[in-house]
Design a protein around this ligand. Structure first.
Ligand SMILES: Cc1cc2nc3c(=O)[nH]c(=O)nc-3n(C[C@H](O)[C@H](O)[C@H](O)COP(=O)(O)OP(=O)(O)OC[C@H]3O[C@@H](n4cnc5c(N)ncnc54)[C@H](O)[C@@H]3O)c2cc1C
Length: 417
């Protein structure tokens, strides 16, 4: 009996040893190293990944959603001139070739009547209609075609030791195995609710924020934008903006405490008609979401070897359409900084990354806050009062009558200021 027990425990010990060795082997196979781990395969992450790849810098990109999900997530629709020129300069202009969209002139409606505003043609504008999901799809294709390492459905991403010499990023794949990646730098490109910024200890960053006091009901509909443009009205601001040949985004300014349930489809179409003062073409509504309007900046945009890019570091209200612009700007500044650090052993651009980006970001936050307040205050006076409404209308008038004001506006919308 004693001999038998001994034999069993020897067998058990062998099994335990074999399992332990297998686990070690598995762990060893799933530990790897790279120069940069990019968390989030959205606009900032994919742009950065492509820039690094073109310069021979190793990177691994982790995205928590599936490729299908990310490639059809509809948001913005236009890449401004700066963005298009930047991709051209890096030999990636093809990524902004979107689906063909009929050139829909954006009209301006005030108090239910279309304003006869003639916008000057700007021959120098390179901006393109390119739905965000098309840009993401194109950037993904180019990155993977070039042999890029992009891991979808990477969940439970965690960052360790970002304030040390060699950060470690851990994640779990769809099969449930954990992988550990050692790296020189982590690029937090995972948006406002990602894990990167949340990793930074409380008090290390300052959050600057402004709440506008209203929200947008943002609606995606299967219908060409008709009419297309923005409507300023005492009922609130409205927008109908093309998002492809057969889709548009509809926007309605609504109180912060409204819910999606309070906005059945029929009410949305009625409200758009009322604010535009003309029937708006209707179609199947495929998505509705509430977007509280706010401006947010985190400073500095780095902590140790973790750098924040895009929405992880700042939010602009959608009225400005500058979210993509800022994400692309950060990606370019960070890519140049990493390339210089790795290829020339010169950390100066990396050291000034946050300062460089923040200077640019505050300029566009100023533009975003200005245009958001003018467009909303000029309509529904119940938020900011009748005095601000008259000021906002005077500012709009100046836009249409002053070539100087118009030129500055053109620079800011092009993203070249
Ligand atoms: C409804 C709507 C309309 C908009 N319209 C416009 C517009 O007209 N013009 C404009 O310029 N901007 C617009 N924006 C803003 C614009 O979409 C963002 O500013 C832009 O996507 C920012 O790019 P990003 O790369 O920082 O973030 P994202 O593009 O959001 O990418 C972040 C990525 O990180 C992934 N991720 C998140 N958490 C994790 C995690 N823990 N681990 C791994 N991956 C993670 C996400 O799945 C996502 O793929 C709009 C936004 C919304 C919501």
């Amino acid at each position: 009996m004693a001999v038998h027990r001994l034999a069993v425990s020897a067998a058990e010990a062998t099994v335990v040893l074999v399992h332990a060795l297998a686990a070690c082997f598995r762990e060893a196979r799933k530990s790897m190293n790279t120069a940069v781990v990019i968390v989030g395969a959205g606009v900032a992450g994919l742009t950065l990944g492509n820039f690094l790849q073109r310069n021979g810098i190793g990177c691994i990109m982790l995205e928590k959603h599936s490729r299908e999900y990310v490639e059809q997530r509809q948001r913005a629709g236009t890449i401004d001139s700066r963005g298009v020129r930047m991709f051209r300069e890096w030999g990636l202009e093809a990524v902004v070739e979107g689906d063909p969209i009929p050139q829909a002139e954006g009209g301006f409606f005030i108090d239910g009547a279309e304003l006869p505003v003639e916008f000057e043609d700007d021959d120098n504008s390179d901006s393109r209609f390119c739905p965000q999901q098309v840009l993401v799809r194109n950037l993904t294709d180019v990155f993977l075609r070039g042999g890029g390492d992009l891991r979808f459905e990477a969940v439970d991403v965690s960052l360790e030791g970002v304030d040390g010499e060699r950060p470690v990023v851990r994640y779990r794949d769809a099969a449930g195995s954990t992988t550990v990646i050692g790296c020189d730098f982590v690029a937090g490109c995972d948006g406002d609710r990602g894990v990167s910024r949340a990793t930074i200890p409380a008090g290390a960053l300052t959050r600057y924020a402004h709440e506008y006091g209203y929200a947008w009901l943002s609606v995606l509909a299967e219908v060409p934008a008709n009419p297309s443009g923005m409507a300023i009205h005492s009922r609130g601001l409205a927008g109908v903006i093309p998002r492809g040949a057969t889709a548009s985004r509809l926007y309605l300014q609504i109180p912060l405490d409204d819910t999606v349930a309070q906005w059945p489809d029929e009410r949305i179409w009625r409200e758009l008609d009322a604010r535009f003062g003309t029937p708006v073409a209707t179609g199947r509504i495929i998505d509705k979401q509430l977007v509280p309007l706010r401006s947010v900046v985190y400073s500095p945009m780095s902590y140790g070897r973790l750098y924040l890019l895009g929405d992880a570091a700042h939010i602009v209200p959608p009225m400005s359409a500058k979210g993509i612009h800022l994400a692309l700007y950060d990606a370019e500044v960070f890519a140049r900084a990493v390339i210089q650090r790795i290829q020339k052993d010169d950390a100066s651009l990396l050291d000034s990354y946050s300062e460089t980006c923040l200077r640019h970001i505050w300029n566009y936050q100023a533009f975003a806050a200005w245009i958001t307040e003018v467009m909303h205050n000029a309509g529904d006076a119940s938020y900011a009062g009748e005095f601000r409404k008259q000021i906002a209308r005077a500012e709009l008038q100046r836009q249409w009558t002053s070539p100087a004001a118009n030129r500055l506006f053109g620079e800011l919308t092009a993203g070249v200021n």
